[in-house]
Design a binder for this molecule. Structure first.
Ligand code: ADP
Length: 287
């Protein structure tokens, strides 16, 4: 049995994950071969929310007929207007929401709930204010079931990864918004998931910090090479970051577009790149 209690925000905790004395449930999913580790398959997905009021049941058809494959280590952006279902897809992949119908699998294994093969980064990281930077990451590792003796070293490794080596013992209240979000990313990376789910992670940051964080994420992604599903409503952010852009409207995928531009990209280089300019124009027309 697992201990009851809330996993820290951003951590999706497996029901089966052991808590203290065993290694976290990482590595191969049962039945997955190496070619599909981290791959995501979404088949015929639909989600209808029901809200019961005193008079009636209000139904919102948030997703319908969504089919999408994401290759292992691919960086995909979901883009579309507010309310088109982007966050709902992310929650279903995270295992936080059971879909009304359809199926989602990760690494060839059907998702039935949260697991340490996936980690989520939200718009605001919701750190524990009474815990230091390193201890916030340690907490996620505790929930993931990592043995106590290894947690601090692992946390420090990923805090270094996001450029916060000088801030191990600082508390969240002593950090800027961008630095707090780095801690959120370190916390997600530290459990070494195969899939990173990011829901407008830089949406609350000012434009300059956002630019720095985008570059930082690309640098980390080059090193870590995870499958990333990144929700945004910014065409420029999608063009900068992704291998492929999934365009959504009214609860379904209307098209997917490859971004045929080599990384590393920068905002400046995209402004002068003919294919990027054309793609940007097409996306504006679609949305
Ligand atoms: P997006 O991320 O693209 O803005 P969401 O996935 O958050 O879209 O929402 C899709 C639709 O589902 C919206 O109409 C939203 O109001 C509705 N919705 C989202 N969550 C709930 C919920 N828990 N209960 C009822 N309706 C919801």
């Amino acid at each position: 049995m697992t201990r009851s209690g809330q996993a820290p925000p951003g951590m999706t905790r497996s029901e089966e994950a052991p808590m203290d004395h065993a290694a976290p449930a990482r590595g191969k999913a049962p039945g997955a071969d190496d070619n599909e580790l981290g791959g995501i398959r979404i088949h015929d997905l639909a989600q209808t929310y029901e809200r019961v009021t005193t008079r009636e049941i209000v139904r919102t058809h948030a997703l319908r007929n969504v089919n999408l494959d994401v290759a292992p280590k691919e960086f995909v952006c979901l883009i579309g207007p507010s309310g088109c279902g982007k966050t709902t897809i992310l929650k279903i992949i995270a295992g936080l929401l059971r879909p009304t119908s359809g199926e989602v699998s990760v690494s060839g294994k059907r998702i039935t709930g949260p697991g340490t093969d996936r980690a989520t980064v939200f718009q605001t990281p919701a750190l524990m204010p009474w815990r230091s930077v390193v201890d916030n990451v340690v907490l996620a590792l505790e929930f993931a079931g990592m043995p106590k003796a290894q947690r601090r070293d692992q946390a420090i490794h990923y805090v270094d990864r996001v450029g916060l080596s000088e801030f191990y013992d600082h508390y969240p209240g002593e950090l800027s918004g961008g630095m707090q979000q780095r801690v959120g990313i370190a916390r997600a990376l530290a459990i070494e998931p195969q899939v990173l789910l990011m829901d407008e992670p830089f949406g609350a940051l000012d434009a300059i910090t956002r630019g720095h964080m985008q570059s930082e994420l690309l640098r980390i992604w080059e090193q870590e090479k995870k499958t990333v599903v990144f929700v945004t409503h910014s065409i420029d952010e999608a063009l900068l970051l992704s291998d492929r852009i999934v365009v959504m409207k009214e609860g379904t995928v209307i098209t997917t577009v490859e971004v045929p531009i080599e990384q590393p990209r920068t905002r400046e280089s995209l402004l002068e790149h003919d294919e990027a300019i054309e793609l940007r124009r097409e996306l504006i027309e679609m949305l």
